[in-house]
Design a protein around this ligand. Structure first.
Ligand code: NDP
Length: 419
């Protein structure tokens, strides 16, 4: 019995909204508020006849704290789910504090303008101090800890699949299978085929910035950074088959390194086909991935934003994507003095997702955990004042909810390890 405001109306938001509407017992009312209100209205029109959840819509610029605070106060929700872009994380957190409501998101803060001098000074200091150069990190949002504590509000960060479910898998492995976890390999495999030579499965700007950055992993208490795509492994994924995967920097490594006692190494791998990598390298080489505005015909344009306009909208990939994803974590460690290893993963079928919510599996595997995280916060099960990632709560209700809401998982003992 709660009221949720959902900010953003893209691929992930659409799945989160569908799932909230399937879960009317918890989400009695939702508001879809985004930059382009016509998208919110279209989604409302489609879902309203199928659900008991009362849906309202609103236009909002989530970069504008005052405007957003006024909207939150007038709607008076129990929590705000941010499924806009990571650029809006801080302004939405500010508005939640001002309005006195809980905050939930699926990706950590990233600056839209990486040339901003103030941001750059802080970024360069952080690169030196921590040793990784990705544009996104948790420091900005962790800095809100005291303010959320004092306000008695919960901020749940990163409740998508990765980050999100992967950190819940880690908390679950630690609770039920290990006394100490020593290594974590997070494997994100997308065996889907959309038939385009090149397209991204979620927001192209965020996606391309993430995968073109240098890779890094955590080992023996520090970060090791490597050139982008320079560590490659092969793995035979259940439900998908043999795939090439590459080591990337990924945000949950930062949280898990802080929160999992005794962990010695954490790596993140994502599968890519050769066509994707060749296209990305070419676009990067000609400057199309740049976030720095250039002057064109008397107008300032940001190359990566222009590229986004040319690429297929990720939300349109649903009907044409076939195949499966397999995302999970391989853990090694000790239990009762003995060494052991397990693999916890979920397999998700693109076409099954499309049949259910008219989205491909990448939006699905993010939108479902976004609904589950919101459900646990508004129902009080995952509720403590401060700023937390998903590994910092009891994993059991989340794991049960994954099975119930469309992302069943498997625990495999003694899996093939990644060299
Ligand atoms: P989309 O680009 O499809 O959707 C973003 C939505 O946010 C759009 O509706 C957009 O509006 C809206 N928006 C953007 N800026 C503003 C603003 N200033 N005010 C209000 N609304 C705004 O992105 P996705 O759905 O693919 O991704 C959503 C989030 O999910 C991202 O943060 C992404 O990083 C995260 N993600 C997390 C994953 C995980 O596993 N943890 C995996 C995949 C994604 P408009 O319609 O006008 O463009």
């Amino acid at each position: 019995m709660s009221k949720l405001m959902i900010i953003g109306c893209g691929g992930v938001a659409s799945v989160a909204v569908h799932k909230c509407c399937q879960n009317s017992e918890v989400f009695e009312e939702i508001m879809i508020a985004s930059r382009t209100v016509s998208k919110c209205d279209a989604l409302k029109e489609k879902l309203a006849p199928t659900t008991k959840t009362k849906i309202t819509t609103a236009q909002v610029d989530a970069d504008n704290v005052e405007e957003l605070t006024a909207l939150i106060k007038s709607y008076n929700p129990d929590a705000v789910l941010n499924v806009a872009l990571p650029y809006q994380d801080l302004t939405i957190m500010d508005a939640c504090l001002a309005a006195g409501v809980h905050y939930i998101d699926t990706a950590n803060y990233e600056a839209e303008n990486t040339e901003d001098p103030q941001w750059r000074t802080a970024y360069e200091e952080r690169c030196k101090r921590l040793g990784f150069t990705a544009y996104f990190d948790y420091s900005w949002q962790w800095a809100y800890k005291e303010r959320f504590e004092k306000a008695g509000l919960t901020a749940l960060l990163g409740t998508g699949f990765d980050p999100g479910v992967t950190s819940v898998f880690t908390a679950y492995a630690l609770k039920h299978y290990f006394d100490e976890i020593h290594t974590i390999d997070i494997l994100d495999c997308n065996g889907g085929d959309h038939g385009y030579p090149f397209a991204t499965n979620f927001n192209p700007e965020i996606n391309l910035r993430e995968v073109s950055a240098p890779g890094s992993y955590w080992e023996n208490g520090k970060w090791v950074e490597i050139p982008a795509m320079s560590i490659k492994r092969e793995y035979n994924f259940e439900g998908v088959g043999e795939k090439d995967m590459y080591l990337l920097h990924h945000e949950e490594i930062e949280a898990l390194a802080k929160n999992i006692p005794g962990v010695k190494r954490i790596r993140f791998f994502m599968t890519f086909g050769q066509s994707y990598l060749t296209h990305m390298k070419c676009l990067e080489n000609v400057g199309m991935l740049s976030t720095t505005p250039v002057e064109f015909n008397g107008q300032k344009i940001v190359p990566i934003q222009f590229l986004k306009e040319l690429l297929p909208d990720p939300a349109s990939l649903g009907p044409r994507t076939v195949g499966k994803t397999n995302i999970g974590c391989i853990f090694t460690g000790v239990k009762d003095g003995k060494e052991k290893s397990i693999y916890i993963y979920n397999i998700c079928d693109h076409q099954e997702c499309y049949k259910e919510v008219e989205s491909q599996a990448i939006s699905y595997t993010t939108g479902v955990p976004a609904m589950i995280g919101s459900m646990l916060v508004v129902s009080g099960l995952w509720n403590k004042p401060g700023v937390f990632t998903t590994d910092e709560f009891d994993p059991d209700p989340y794991m049960e909810a994954l099975n119930r809401w469309g992302l069943p998982w498997v625990v495999e003992e003694n899996p093939v390890l990644v060299p």
